[in-house]
Write a protein that binds this ligand. Sequence first.
Ligand code: SAH
Ligand code: SF4
Ligand code: F3S
Length: 447
Amino acid sequence: MNKKIDNKEAKTYFIRTYGCQANEHDSEKISWILENIGYVSTDNMEESDLIIYNTCLVRENAELKVYGQLGALKNLKRRKPDIMIAICGCMMEREEAREVILSKYDHVDIIFGTKNIHKLPQLINRYYQTGKTVIDIVEDDREIIEDIGANRKYSFKAYVDIMYGCNNFCTYCIVPYTRGREKSREPENIIDEVKDLASKGYKEITLLGQNVNSYGNTLDYNYTFAKLLREINKIDGIERIRFMTSHPKDLSDELITAMAELDKVCEHFHLPVQSGSNRILKAMNRKYTREDYINLVDKLKKAVPDIAITTDIIVGFPGETEEDFKETLDLVERVRYDSAFTFLYSIREGTYAANMKNQIPDDVKHERFQRLLDTLYPIFYENNIPYKDKVVDVLVEEVSKNDENVLSGRTRTGKLVHFQGSKDLIGKIVDVKIDEIKSFTLEGYKI
Ligand code: SAH
Ligand code: SF4
Ligand code: F3S
């Protein structure tokens, strides 16, 4: 947990994080590093001494948001020139983005990447000594740095990195260019980290990697993700184990069996499909067919009763025809997802698909996107019907944003539940009886 300001002399920092869990967890590490050199966290950006933006560029709108916010900081820096402004994260791994920052946003003082966050104290010093913009980006030959801790946002659930980078090069995706090649952490280091979290009272852990199913491939000995889950399942105190993200091409029977057998592994599988058309899946370089995918879902549903399946879908990949899109709708109807992240295809310069000739016009993308949502939402609702009048275990996470008497938490299947209760239940697992269901949430009362 962040230490809040308790000492007026100490320098303060403010971090804003864009993007996925990998970035959120990197920000927790940056916060730990800064607090080790005496900085304290603040929510008041304008009054802070150091502002850090941890950026994402997976889609164009993620990037535009960062530029918008950076533009707004120009005035602040003019009024308070002593505020140090640093940008890091995936955007900074791209030379094009760094050039934009250097030419249009010269109020930025420090630029660093995703593979060298441990160097931040040095970079801050260098800036103080020279007063000049510091840029530090490393090539992808780094060793995994094990001695960085993390100031985790919650005291009861935690992210744990199990691997870094990605080797898959899906043709639409920029991540392999910003996070480098895949590399697995040693299992002992992961297990020690989880044991330490358990001893501090953490109940839920989420194992992070761009493709957790290929965990172990870069180790010098045979070791698999399923084996890692079995080891973590033995750790006393941990009650729930989650993981993200899984690539269907590497989902093994060994993993499905482990999920079925291990009591702490939650009954939820996030399995990005991206498209239901074999032609498009091939063009995306996903290396599985719709039939392979449906077969995996069937196996998972059979092995783990009541499992929730969620996914990511891209609409409007170059060359996607009405027929291809209908295949996606058909797959969605067949799999019956519990939830899905849906995206309009966004051109990412430097990826293979960015240069494909047959880009889809925006109006067609939007029209298909709407039809996809119209298909998905009733399915989400239908999947929630069996929860009515059931009692579910909920790990209470926070006070609801809309009503301070209402708490929100999640079931093992990842469903968001709202119920009345007091703040001291946060971090506990409680029984909630569901009395109302919606497409995106369940409502109930504590029993
Ligand atoms: N490694 C994870 C996800 C990383 S990015 C995986 O393979 O599943 C998260 C999601 O963003 C992807 O699953 C994809 O659906 C979406 N995405 C990535 N690049 C995109 C692009 N160029 N346009 C639209 N969506 C994209
Ligand atoms: Fe991107 Fe594909 Fe790697 Fe996921 S698996 S990060 S979508 S390249
Ligand atoms: Fe994540 Fe965005 Fe980087 S999705 S890996 S923060 S490009």
